[in-house]
Design a protein around this ligand. Structure first.
Ligand SMILES: Nc1ncnc2c1ncn2[C@@H]1O[C@H](COP(=O)(O)OP(=O)(O)OP(=O)(O)O)[C@@H](O)[C@H]1O
Ligand SMILES: [Mg+2]
Length: 452
């Protein structure tokens, strides 16, 4: 009987060709897509380029052990499960495998049914986890991982909801590290396009000569090396959203081509003169002042106007008031969980320094990195000001002592004035703007305080 197709991809890793063959045949018969590798190194290179749902690996192999593979998967691939096969009765090997993150282990010899059952259990766990992740996203529809309650952030959240309901092009601007990409994701995932792809393109990171073929794809023979046609980011985003990150980094020549896509909703693959329709929403970001660049002739004004139908301006972290406290706790929790440590607390002085006069030029990303390293390096439960990087510690003025009463401040002032006039009470009273009798009473308070 033919099983219904399972679309999951399984990677089988074993040095014994016969075992690999049997597993591949059996699992393929169940409808899984099966990839194979004769060792850990080969498996790693497959995992680098191909999404795999489940890895089934032998424990004992001549070069690297299956445990190394389990460890690699657990540390780097959140969305992949592992089953370890132990070839001879090595219960310790199995226990270690499970401890470091294998979902299951199978002791040889095992029956086909045992294999299928283990695979089904591991994949069921994977699906449950994916489902939870999606539910968590849905639970906070307005935020999508964006923390903030300050008035400028509330304004951003309102703008995200409006942009999600519309289909216009959106320009997201803000200093580096303020969350432009998160906002773009939030718009896509709360829009009606959310089931299709969100495709971010780092315009500044792709060499000028490659950008066009990366964006629009190319046809076979378009240039030397183009041995077959390949789709570009726009085709990959069909039905979904493309995010042109750092749009100001594109050349004027490229800007003309982007303008054409915006106007006609069509792309030309490199090497082809045939226009192809694409249904893609465009979001763009910049940390530059685009109108100024346009004035200087470095950015096409017509493209700027096309992009700027809706603009969302992200506030700098230093303009976000108490959000910085929320973010500190959010990141402390996140990184403590990731590194398996208890959530640290922050000494009052530490909080004062983090929220004080430092300008946070790298915004949320910089804060995130600072908290990450504090959590990882912390060896006590409380993070002291001395744990902070020097740059931060020395950028904040010392806090005035705000614990004294008005009477204490006054007493100190009266004493200082009296000392400055050599103890002459008449002169002191004149400086203080009070009469001698009042001065006498105040001095009594000063003396009493000094005694008590
Ligand atoms: N409001 C926020 N709440 C939680 N995390 C945030 C927030 N804003 C930004 N971050 C985090 O800060 C980091 C930087 O955000 P993001 O990459 O979206 O910024 P960016 O503006 O695109 O930066 P750049 O200009 O450097 O590309 C990310 O790790 C992101 O998750
Ligand atoms: Mg970015």
């Amino acid at each position: 009987m033919k099983s219904p197709p399972n679309r999951e991809t399984i990677l089988v890793v074993d040095d014994v060709p016969n075992t690999v063959e049997v597993l591949q045949r059996n699992l393929s018969s169940q409808g899984y897509t099966v990839l194979t590798a004769p060792g850990v190194a080969e498996a790693l290179s497959i995992l680098e380029g191909t999404p795999v749902d489940l890895v089934i690996t032998d424990f004992k192999m001549p070069k690297a052990s299956g445990l190394d593979l389990v460890r690699h998967v657990r540390e780097n691939l959140k969305d992949t499960e592992v089953i370890m096969i132990t070839g001879y009765p090595s219960i310790e090997g199995a226990v270690t495998a499970v401890k470091i993150g294998a979902e299951e282990y199978l002791a040889k010899p095992f029956t086909d049914e045992e294999l299928y059952a283990a695979v089904r259990r591991a994949l069921a766990k994977l699906h449950a986890r994916r489902h939870d992740a999606r539910a968590a996203l849905r639970a906070a529809p307005a935020c999508y991982g964006l923390i903030g309650e300050s008035p400028p952030m509330r304004k951003v959240f309102r703008a995200i909801s409006k942009a999600a309901a519309a289909s216009a092009t959106v320009l997201i601007s803000g200093e580096s590290g303020t969350g432009k990409e998160l906002v773009a994701r939030a718009i896509h995932y709360s829009s009606r396009r959310s089931a299709a792809s969100f495709v971010p393109v780092n315009c500044g990171g792709i060499p000028e000569g490659l950008l066009e073929s990366e964006l629009f794809g190319y046809v076979k023979g378009a240039f030397t090396g183009a041995t077959e046609s390949r789709a570009g980011f726009f085709q990959a985003a069909d039905g979904g959203t493309i995010f042109l990150d750092e749009i100001s980094e594109t050349s004027l020549n490229m800007q003309v081509k982007l303008l054409r896509v915006l106007e006609d909703k069509q792309v030309y693959m490199v090497g082809s003169s045939r226009a192809r329709r694409v249904d893609v929403r465009i979001l763009a970001s910049t940390n530059k002042d685009l109108p100024a660049l346009a004035k200087a002739g470095l950015f096409r004004e017509d493209l700027y106007f096309r992009l700027n139908v809706v603009t969302i301006v992200l506030p700098a972290l230093r303009q976000r008031g108490d959000d910085i406290l929320l973010l500190i706790h959010h990141f402390a929790k996140k990184f403590a969980k990731e590194s398996g440590k208890p959530v640290p607390s922050f000494a009052e002085e530490t909080v004062h320094t983090l929220t004080g006069g430092y300008r946070w030029p790298g915004n949320v990303r910089e804060l995130e990195n600072v908290i990450h390293s504090l959590v990882v390096m912390a060896d006590s439960d409380t993070i002291e000001v001395s744990d902070l990087p020097a740059l931060l510690r020395f950028s904040v003025p010392p806090r005035p002592d705000l614990t004294r009463t008005l009477a204490e401040v006054e007493a100190e002032y009266v004493r200082n004035v009296l000392a400055s006039v050599g103890g002459n009470r008449t002169k002191a009273a004149r400086v203080l703007g009070i009469d001698r009798k009042t001065l006498r009473e105040k001095l009594k308070v000063v003396e009493n305080r000094a005694q008590s």
